[in-house]
Design a protein around this ligand. Structure first.
Ligand code: NAG
Ligand code: NAG
Length: 280
C-alpha cells in the first residue's frame, strides 16, 4: 500500500515541477527565468538584431555608392550576343497571293524600322567606317550614336518595295545582334544564312555581304546611349517556284569575328534558325 502512496506523491511532485517550469509563483520565474532576466535577454536580442540590420544597411549603401548606373560592375568578361530576327516569329508562313496573310509580317517590319527612319537617324552621327566609336573619355556625357538609315537595307528597307518582297514571294528577314554593353567584336563580323538540309537557295544581303560595321560598337547602355540603334542586316530570300509550298529551315549565323555562334546549350547565341513557307 505504501507503494501506491509514494507513487501519488511522486506524481504530484512531477506535476508541480512541470507547472513550475512554466510559471513558478514562489520565485516569480516564468519558464525558468525571472522577468528582469527575460527583459535583459529581449534587450540583448533587440540590440543585436538592430546592429545586424545596421551593418547590412551600411554595407549595402557603400556598395551602391560604388556602382555606376551605366556599367555593370562585376562582369569578368563581356558576354556574347544572341541573334534575333524580324518579323520576330520563328515560323513564317504565308500565301504570297493573299495580302492578308503577309500583312502582319510587313507591319512588324514597318514598325520595327520606325526608329531607323530618316527623321530619327539625321540626328545621329556619321561615323568612321571600320572603327569602334569609342567615347570612354566623356564619362558622364550623353553618348552619341552612329547613324543607321533604313535605306542601307535597300530592297529590304520597305522604301522602294513597301511589301518587303513578301508579295513577290522573295521575303526579307531582318537580323540584329542583341545589345551587349561594352561589346567590341574583333575581326569583320558579317551575317550569313543557309538552308538546312534542303537544296540551297539564292539570297541577297543588305548591307553588302551582310557586314556589321564596327562603328556601332561599343554600346554604352540604355541610360547613357539613348539614341543608339543596333546595326541591321537584311537577307532577302530569292525563292523560286520550286521553293514554294515547302517548309524551309534557314539558319543564320554571325561569322568572321570572335563572336560565338556554336554554343551547344544556347542555340540563339550568335545564330538563329527559323522556318519559312511561302505558299503560292
Ligand atoms: C519617320 O517616322 C515618323 C514617326 O515616327 C514619321 O512621322 C515620319 O514621317 C517618318 N519619316 C520618314 C522619312 O519616313
Ligand atoms: C494561295 O492563294 C491563292 C489565291 O487565293 C490560292 O489559289 C492558292 O490555292 C493558295 N495556295 C495555298 C497553298 O493555299
Amino acid at each position: 500500500m505504501a507503494n501506491t502512496e509514494d507513487k501519488v506523491v511522486a506524481k504530484q511532485e512531477n506535476a508541480t515541477t512541470w507547472k513550475d517550469s512554466f510559471y513558478n509563483p514562489r520565485t516569480g520565474e516564468f519558464m525558468g527565468r525571472t522577468a528582469s532576466s527575460w527583459a535583459l535577454i529581449l534587450l540583448f536580442y533587440l540590440v543585436f538584431y538592430a546592429f545586424l540590420a545596421g551593418m547590412f544597411a551600411l554595407t549595402m549603401w557603400v556598395m551602391l555608392m560604388t556602382l555606376d548606373d551605366n556599367v555593370p560592375k562585376y562582369q569578368d568578361r563581356v558576354p556574347f550576343p544572341g541573334l534575333a530576327i524580324q518579323p520576330n516569329s520563328l515560323d513564317i508562313i504565308y500565301n504570297k497571293s493573299e495580302p492578308l496573310k503577309y500583312a502582319p509580317y510587313v507591319q512588324k517590319l514597318e514598325s520595327f524600322l520606325l526608329s531607323y527612319n530618316d527623321t530619327e537617324q539625321e540626328k545621329n552621327e556619321e561615323c568612321t567606317r571600320g572603327e569602334y566609336f569609342l567615347q570612354d573619355d566623356a564619362e558622364d556625357m550623353e553618348k552619341k550614336a552612329c547613324r543607321f538609315k533604313r535605306d542601307f537595307l535597300s530592297l529590304c528597307s520597305g522604301l522602294s518595295d513597301t511589301n518587303f518582297g513578301y508579295s513577290e514571294g522573295k521575303p526579307c528577314i531582318l537580323l540584329k545582334l542583341n545589345r551587349i554593353i561594352g561589346l567590341k567584336p574583333r575581326g569583320e563580323p558579317y551575317i550569313t544564312c543557309a538552308v538546312k538540309k534542303d537544296e540551297p537557295i539564292q539570297m541577297q544581303y543588305f548591307p553588302r555581304e551582310g557586314s556589321i560595321d564596327k562603328m556601332y560598337f561599343p554600346y554604352y547602355g540604355k541610360k547613357a546611349h539613348e539614341t543608339y540603334v543596333q546595326p541591321l542586316v537584311a537577307v532577302k530570300l530569292l525563292l523560286t517556284k520550286e521553293d514554294y509550298n515547302k517548309e524551309l529551315a534557314i539558319e543564320c549565323k554571325v561569322e568572321g569575328s570572335d563572336l560565338r555562334n556554336n554554343d551547344e546549350r544556347d542555340k540563339f547565341l550568335g545564330r538563329v534558325t527559323f522556318r519559312i513557307k511561302v505558299e503560292a
